[in-house]
Design a protein around this ligand. Sequence first.
Ligand code: NAD
Length: 494
Amino acid sequence: MSLIRHFINGEEFGTPQRTGPVYDPATGKHQHDVIYGTTADVEAAIAAARAAFPAWRATTLTKRSHIYFRLRQLLAERSDELAALVTSEHGKVLSDAAGEVARGLENVEYASSLINLLKGEFSQQVSHGIDVHNVKEPVGVVGCITPFNFPVMVPLWMITSAIACGNTVVLKPSEKDPSATVLLAKIFMEAGVPAGVLNVVHGDKTAVNAILDSPGVDAISFVGSTPIARAIYQRASASGKRVQALGGAKNHMIVLPDADMDAAADAAVSAAYGSAGERCMAVSVLVAVAGSAQPLVDAIRTRIPKLKIGSGTTADSQMGPLITREHRDKVASYVKNAPAEGAKVVVDGSTQRFDSDGFFIGVTLLDNVKTDMKVYTDEIFGPVLAVVRVDTFEEALKLINENPYGNGAALFTRDGGAARQFEFEVQAGMVGINVPIPTPIGAFSFGGWKNSLFGDAHIYGPESINFYTRSKVITSRWPDPSESQIDLGFPRNY
Ligand code: NAD
């Protein structure tokens, strides 16, 4: 069994004082161990990042940009290798894994134009002989802490902009599927990013807390569940760092009776069950307005048996296993308890049997779900779709706005007026009109509202350039040549 080690200052590093298991979720096999970083390991990574900072910060923007063009090329060339690694430790099907690499590439493409993104402003002659300009300088060392569900894409959300802006990084990936980040760090180096600029430390909360508390770290980017995001935000900001902490979600998709029902049912199936529901932008609540409810439930029910569930490496699989056995059992327990809460189980995926020891579960469709049920209030993070029936569009909108999460929200309709009202009134950070998963492209920033984000900066895109830089404003005074008393030794009217 191989040991996954940290990657610090360009080298694999670490002795296994504590380790954790990394499984192949499709077989249930314990395939690797990963070192859990000690405080000393984290300090070594921070020291490497601090030592690399002055030279990287001084590296010209042109050189950084050239490195990023090469990085883009290398990541594209090795996307199959990255995707295979994601599938082997996360379990998602290969096409999904390739999709996350492709979405991460958008962030590299965006950051490659760093010469443009880091431009300052200049105001000339604000007073006699006085000019003012500002520059964007890197903040220093950035700590990045990422979740299990996108082991390539979410690290790329953070590290591409942070490093492009001249910062150095200590990245703590999820301990459940850590290998892809080590490969990412090696590819960054192969592209020309110097040793020490991107360091990876594995582990659990011991490693995370050492990053949060260290005076050698200046900013924290976190993505994960809401309780941890809240705690990270509080602890890191208490030690004086700037923090963005993206949390969990409960995303609603409203369907009005005038919508194209086939398109809405297809969208609901792929958005609820894709990647086994382990996406922060997955649709987990379908809000069926008036006459749309029964046709939708019927259309989804007929589509479910056609979904191919199996190993992510099998060519025709559309959905893989869940991340761990414990998580699979937790998801199943929500389905088991749903009838006692009053929900109608239209399709029960929790009892489906698979010819494998992997962490598989079938997909579930629940109807007549009410807002006080656990299947509505909790982020289940599995292939469970809850249908809530309401009479009016206003009632549907109120449901979203009263929900404590505010990541994504979608509306399916043919009515432009309703769509415009939805866009104007809905309280969520990312909104889809006839688009079930409105994850912004790389040139816009990603982030939710309410309990889906602690801090004020969204991630990647334009907001990341602000987050990873500090503005410095310079006011300079040079006397008008006509007023100057200094003898230059040559005539001023040259
Ligand atoms: P998680 O919160 O359990 O873990 C996230 C990271 O925090 C991991 O690196 C983990 O090692 C670390 N961590 C866990 N417990 C900790 C503790 N007590 N103290 C310090 N660090 C700790 O999340 P997960 O299960 O890996 O990922 C799934 C969650 O992430 C879901 O809630 C999902 O909605 C959310 N997510 C959100 C977004 C978004 O953009 N808002 C994107 C992806 C995932």
